[in-house]
Design a binder for this molecule. Structure first.
Ligand SMILES: [Zn+2]
Length: 130
């Protein structure tokens, strides 16, 4: 069992070790994969010894959640298709949120318009110009 909060962000366990505990809902929201407020309330109500977290009556809009719910497509749907393989190739370059274990920072996707075949390649960060 955990001991009561000391100050706002510190807690001492049974072994006398000091731990930092966050009591801010936005931080928990980000740490728990952008969990909904309703799910978070269920978690805190049903989990023994979960740290006390103040849930304000109105919470600010999370930019990550708002962006994830956007339904608009970046381009309008095409009404025509290529008539031969590799006649028309679509590509997109994306940055990974963190550099991978093998030091990849980007990946590029190529999609053949006719067949729908997709090819991906991982890319390292560009070398800095000297
Ligand atoms: Zn969020």
């Amino acid at each position: 069992m955990l001991s009561p909060l000391i100050g706002n962000h510190k807690k001492i366990n049974l072994h006398g070790e000091l731990h930092h505990v966050c009591s801010q809902l936005p931080t928990w929201h980000k740490c728990l994969g952008h969990m909904s407020e309703q799910a978070f309330r269920q978690l805190t109500d049903n989990m023994k010894d979960f740290p006390r977290v103040k849930i304000p009556k109105s919470t600010p809009i999370c930019p990550g959640c708002a962006q994830g719910k956007m339904a608009s497509k970046p381009f309008p749907d095409s009404q025509s298709r290529a008539t031969a393989n590799f006649e028309l190739i679509h590509s997109d370059l994306k940055e990974l949120p963190t550099i991978s274990y093998h030091k990849y920072k980007y990946f590029i996707i190529f999609v053949d318009d006719r067949s729908g075949s997709m090819f991906t390649f991982n890319l390292h960060q560009n070398p800095t110009p000297s």
